[in-house]
Ligand binder design. Structure first.
Ligand SMILES: Cc1ncc(COP(=O)(O)O)c(C=O)c1O
Length: 424
């Protein structure tokens, strides 16, 4: 099966300039790594499920910017909302109230589960995690946080302190004190890690960068119960899973669990603007009622970003997009489940929920070969940041069945090729 991926005219000089600048002024080693994989061109334009580079290659985007492009690239309704806002006012005056921010606060209170109500807005996932940690500590007046091995929460110093991968964390130590890491998906180790200094447990309802791990049913409910019994806060990091990715608007709704702090980013900006947010239950805002400027951000919740988010939430909550995510996710998972059986030397396991799917390979080295082969088929994927053995598939929700079939057929070829290489 084939899909028609057009090759565009390109200007070789424009492409060389971008690569040179990246190598000379931004991140030489990263640029070199991408070049080795065959990604030797800068992105030029994007639309829907497709990205075109400066060499004129058009790729099917099955990575979706690690979850940013749930609505695809440049969704027309989001672009329209941002353009309209741009014609009125771009950034905040920082003295007058902003209408789009206030309306977004109301919308998040309506769509987040339970009595989650007040929101703080920032510009990224890590910033939102920082805010969650700070408000948890301020609310409980204790410093301790329980997090999970292989959990990913960002790379700013606070977020890094609770990110469960030594390779990212150790070189930046000393980080925040009193962080306890426990295995993901298990409740007993959480109980053992509790002490009188713990303020909160932070968890991804499906662990994304750790390798796409869906916890056993009852895990989130169990965490909620422990938090209630111990009087500590539950922080759900839904930066990646939130806003429809797993087929639920929020992944913790799979167990009807209401966290004390919900952390969002990535897809919230509709794939057009960067925005992060936390939405919290009323007790967590007590400190802000007393000290309204205790946590602020110059650009956080600016009118352009909030307009994009409002439009994105409209698209996500009207119609049957979530149902489509569930159906397409089940279809994809079903198609991929055959690979560990027919290629056991390359593929160990396939797992996921909704359109967040992980393909665990038997060896880390196989990942590069599979990804390079998929590039030959003009498909973009990437491995998960905390577990390079797992290739994550995270396409826009509007990916069609034909495009999913194209991906599965290309992956079949890529794995077959990898099996042959590994047998040499
Ligand atoms: C669950 C989770 N939390 C936080 C972050 C950090 O987000 P950002 O890269 O926007 O800082 C990520 C990024 O991948 C994430 O997956």
């Amino acid at each position: 099966m084939a899909i028609n991926l057009p090759k565009k005219e390109y200007d070789p000089q424009e492409n060389t300039k971008a690569i040179e600048c990246y190598e000379n002024y931004v991140n030489p080693t990263h640029a070199k790594l991408l070049r080795m994989m065959g990604l030797d061109s800068a992105a030029s334009e994007a639309n829907g499920c497709y990205i075109t580079d400066q060499k004129g290659n058009t790729y099917l985007d099955c990575l979706g910017g690690y979850g940013v492009f749930s609505l695809g690239h440049r969704h027309p309704e989001v672009v329209r909302a941002v353009r309209l806002q741009l014609d009125k006012m771009a950034l905040s005056s920082k003295i007058l109230l902003d209408e789009s921010l206030a309306l977004l606060g109301e919308k998040l209170a309506q769509i987040t589960p339970g009595d989650l109500r007040y929101s703080f807005f920032c510009n990224s996932g890590a910033e939102a995690v920082e805010a969650a940690l700070k408000f948890a500590r301020l609310t409980k007046k204790k410093p301790g946080i329980i997090s999970t091995f292989n959990g990913f929460h960002g790379k700013t110093l606070g977020a890094l302190s609770i990110t469960g991968r030594d390779a990212f964390r150790l070189s930046s130590e000393p980080l925040l004190p009193q962080v306890h890491f426990v295995p993901y998906g298990q409740l007993e180790p959480v109980r053992s890690a509790l002490d009188e200094n713990v303020a909160a447990i932070i968890v991804e309802p499906v662990q994304g960068e750790g390798g796409v791990h869906v916890p056993p049913y009852g895990y989130l409910t169990g965490l909620r119960k422990i938090c209630d019994e111990e009087g500590i806060l539950l922080i759900a990091d839904e930066v990646q899973t939130g806003l429809g990715r797993t087929g639920y608007l929020f992944a913790c709704e799979a167990e009807n669990v209401v966290p004390d702090i919900m952390v969002m980013a990535k897809a919230l900006g509709g794939g057009v603007m960067p925005i992060g947010a936390i939405t919290v239950r009323p007790p967590v805002w007590d400190v802000l009622l007393r000290e309204p400027l205790i946590h602020t951000s110059t650009f956080g919740g600016n009118p352009l970003a909030c307009s994009a988010a409002l439009a994105a939430l409209r698209v996500l909550t009207e119609g049957c997009l979530l149902e489509e995510v569930r159906e397409k996710g089940e279809y994809l998972l079903d198609q991929l489940q055959i690979f560990p059986k027919i290629y056991p030397s390359v593929v160990k396991e396939v797992r996921g929920r909704g359109l967040l799917v992980g393909i665990e390979l038997t060896e880390e080295a196989a990942g590069g070969v599979v990804m390079a082969q998929l590039l030959e088929h003009k498909i973009l994927v990437a491995y998960t940041l905390n577990n390079p053995k797992v290739i994550r598939v995270e396409p826009p929700f509007l990916i069609t069945q034909q495009e999913l079939d194209y991906f599965v057929a290309a992956l079949d070829n890529a794995i077959k090729y990898t099996e042959e290489i590994m047998a040499l």
